[in-house]
Design a protein around this ligand. Sequence first.
Ligand code: HEM
Ligand code: HEM
Length: 167
Amino acid sequence: MTTLTTAYRPAQIWLHWITVFGVIFQIAFHDAIVAVIDARQAGQTPTDSDMTSAMVHVSVGSIILLAVIARLYLRWRYGAPGHAAGTSAAQAMVANIMHKALYGLLFAMVVTGMLTWNDIAPLGDVHSGLNMALFFAALAHGFAAIFNQFVRKDGTLARMMPMLRKG
Ligand code: HEM
Ligand code: HEM
């Protein structure tokens, strides 16, 4: 991946955490949109309250899409910092693949969600399966950042959490 800089820009850091909280919100609040799709498939009218909560899922999902597009633009325009000192070629490769996979999964979640919501293709099961992949990939990614920061002490997490930076 491109390396033009020594640190993530504040906008890249904000957008990263907006995405993280957005994904946590989507995973926590999906019952209503599932109920709306179930009702539609059964030929019933969804309740107003489910419809409103479903719109929140769609809106937060759309914010995630905008955040991902903005992040990819910033990455293309300004690049991302090279890996921390002491990172082996194999570790760097795994991190690069993981970051690409996370971007890809976020996009795939939004696309499958939109196709299902707009009645273009019933991809709810794919959306649900991709969500599991995103969940475990993000968990592994978060653990790797914490491990590198506090065990290997290479400052990885501080890249996305400037308050951890020394000096
Ligand atoms: C990264 C963003 C997103 C995440 C993490 C997410 C997460 C989830 C989860 C966990 C479910 C429940 C799946 C299940 O039943 O096991 C769900 C359902 C659903 N989501 Fe999302 N979602 C995201 C974005 C979106 C977007 C942008 C839309 C539409 C514009 C959307 C539309 C839907 C629909 C229609 C369902 C119901 C699927 C069904 O029951 O067939 N989602 N979502
Ligand atoms: C839904 C959850 C998450 C997603 C989708 C996500 C996505 C990403 C992506 C795509 C990148 C690469 C940024 C780039 O170079 O353009 C990244 C970097 C990073 N993320 Fe996450 N992340 C998530 C959760 C977390 C969590 C929970 C932590 C910490 C506990 C974390 C810490 C970091 C750090 C430190 C970096 C910089 C890594 C480096 O430069 O080597 N992320 N994240």
